[in-house]
Ligand binder design. Sequence first.
Ligand code: AMP
Length: 279
Amino acid sequence: MKIVETIKEVREQVKEWKKQGLSVGLVPTMGYLHEGHKSLIDRAVAENDKVVVSVFVNPMQFGPTEDLESYPRDMERDAALCENAGAALVFHPEPSEMYEDDFSSFVDMNTLTGGLCGKTRPIHFRGVCTVVAKLFNIVTPDRAYFGQKDAQQLAVIRHMVSDLSFGIEIVGCPIIREKDGLAKSSRNTYLSAEERNAALILSQSLKEGKALVEAGEKDAAKIKKVITDKINTEPLAKIDYVEVVDWKTLEPVSTIDAPILTAIAVYIGKTRLIDNFII
Ligand code: AMP
């Protein structure tokens, strides 16, 4: 497995592979890889001849008060995980390689990005779309892999690929959880032992909401209330949002009669965690 830091090196390698008629899968990440990321890499390795993993903490998707500086990084461990999983290339650029001083073009979206995480993170999806569009142009993969853990991101990327005719298959992958239910996340490392325990309230509340939907409840307000009440039993938790939205439009629904995304964002202490289920 190769680790490269420049766009030029990625292009040369991918060109070589394409000459040989090989298919290419891309797994975009911000690093500090865990089993969730590994599940994406495993799937990509199973479905493509060559797999590129990008490891880039993208400054453009962080707001001014967010955790860009403190975001966990461990390139050595990440490289080992990628190699063991069978990736062929890791692209680990410096911010200056991705954004030159006079960088001034962005990919923005008018739909899908206003609600859910877009409310508290108003510039986030512009940063995500811009960096993912760049990665698509650099790697030119046949398929790209994204986790349902970031369900809004998955919907936004699918829409961008359709709008801008990228001709790349977007593969959504299920949420990987710890044994006790907590969705795996690089940000879980921020949690103290007490907060780690309190964070279980996310998956537990969603479990109750999901059981209600599965039992036939159609009233979205009731589902939101059950989830909200459960989260509020945890003193360390502060709700950012609890939403039931249409899985296609991401618009809030009042009655459940089509596939829905139930998504939550909750602060546990200072750490903002997200989780969801799709039915
Ligand atoms: P990140 O490094 O957090 O930007 O995540 C990179 C990719 O891994 C995204 O597509 C995420 O949705 C996905 N991912 C992160 N955590 C998980 C998880 N627990 N299960 C499945 N996919 C995940």
